[in-house]
Design a binder for this molecule. Structure first.
Ligand SMILES: Nc1nc2c(c(=O)[nH]1)N[C@H]1C(S)=C(S)[C@@H](COP(=O)(O)O)O[C@H]1N2
Ligand SMILES: [Mo]
Length: 318
């Protein structure tokens, strides 16, 4: 449950968390003999400590084959269906309050926790800047500097149990703030997932900033996923929950249209979308370039899919 604009001292803990989650966590803690041991690291945040450390140092290992997209384009042409299906939602997204921002880490972990995003960032340390290409399934692309840290740091921090195979991520749900969520034909909240092996790949990134500054709401503040070898819809914004599980998560777009937006969603120029080709892309700011397999990150990620090729090539790409 997304936390509304009440201050933490006005609410009790079981109001501040989804009831069932609260009960689950209590059960888990009781089972472990840890009830009351104060495992809610950071606690329900009572006041804002903004995420700091901008601009981080650029990691020179990540280079581009094209010019950076202008900050103006990357921050005003955005997909964030919670605020509407147009690309021009950046003004509407200002209504989202991202500080404090409670993040839940639960599922197949020894100690489920809730932690404020700014505390989480401190725990994960090592903020850096990376230049990544981004390829939307709609065949437009950009190239931008993200600030953040490897998703593998979060996996280590969460310390999943050995039977965890997937990580499921969820966006906030608050229709009063995000009018798109009043459209009940969508399966809100937005959900995405990766295999744990994908999540541990060095390229999988949790971004908290863009262009050396704190993330703006329209780009997924305060914390979002960036998986540049997959179509953009996998890169879920404004994450409130990370759940480790042994069941493959069904993502938002997969639930709506599984043939068009499957679980894997790896970028491939030779597997067309059912309704349009995918062999080239429109670059934000002007021009077209050829689309590359795994969006140009084949060397880094192809090992993940070596044993998965089947006769149906589509399987890995949608
Ligand atoms: N919660 C949420 N995350 C989301 C989306 C969305 O609608 N809601 N859109 C996705 C899509 S389709 C793309 S292409 C990228 C766009 O990221 P950007 O707007 O920062 O370029 O965010 C992805 N993450
Ligand atoms: Mo997208």
């Amino acid at each position: 449950m997304y936390i509304k604009q009440k201050k933490s001292w006005e609410i009790s803990e079981n109001e501040a968390t989804c009831e069932s989650l609260y009960l689950n966590r209590r059960k888990l803690l009781q089972a472990a003999g840890l009830a009351g041991a104060g495992l809610m690291i950071g606690g329900t945040p009572s006041f804002a400590t903004p995420i700091s450390g901008f601009p981080p140092i650029r990691n020179s290992e990540y280079t581009l084959d094209r010019a950076l997209t202008s900050e103006q384009d990357a921050t005003t042409y955005t997909n964030f269906y919670e605020f509407g299906s147009s690309k021009n939602i950046w003004r509407k997204a200002k209504k989202l309050s991202t500080d404090p921002w409670l993040v839940t880490i639960d599922g197949l972990v020894d100690y489920p926790i809730q932690i404020d995003a700014s505390e989480l960032v401190k725990k994960l340390g090592g903020m850096e800047e990376r230049l990544y290409r981004h390829r939307c399934v709609e065949a437009w692309s950009m190239a931008v500097p993200w600030s953040g840290f490897s998703l593998s740091n979060l996996v280590k921090f969460a310390s999943p149990k050995s039977d965890a195979k997937y990580i499921r991520m969820e966006t906030f749900f608050d229709p009063d703030v995000a009018p798109g969520q009043k459209q009940s034909w969508y399966p809100w909240p937005y959900v995405e997932g990766l295999t744990l092996n994908e999540a541990k790949n060095e390229l999988a990134f949790l971004a908290v900033g863009l262009y050396g500054k704190a993330m703006q709401n329209q780009n997924g503040a305060p914390i979002r996923l960036v998986v540049p070898w997959k179509y953009g819809f996998k890169s879920i914004k404004s994450i409130t929950r990370f759940t480790f599980t042994n069941e493959r998560p069904v993502s938002f777009w997969e639930e709506l249209s599984p043939k068009e937006y499957g679980f894997w969603a790896n970028v491939s120029p030779w597997v067309p979308h059912p309704r349009w080709p995918q062999d080239r892309e429109r670059v934000l700011g002007g021009g077209y370039v050829k689309t590359q397999l795994y969006n140009g990150y084949e060397e880094e990620v192809s090992y993940l899919y070596k044993d998965k090729y089947t006769d149906d090539k589509r399987e890995l790409f949608y």
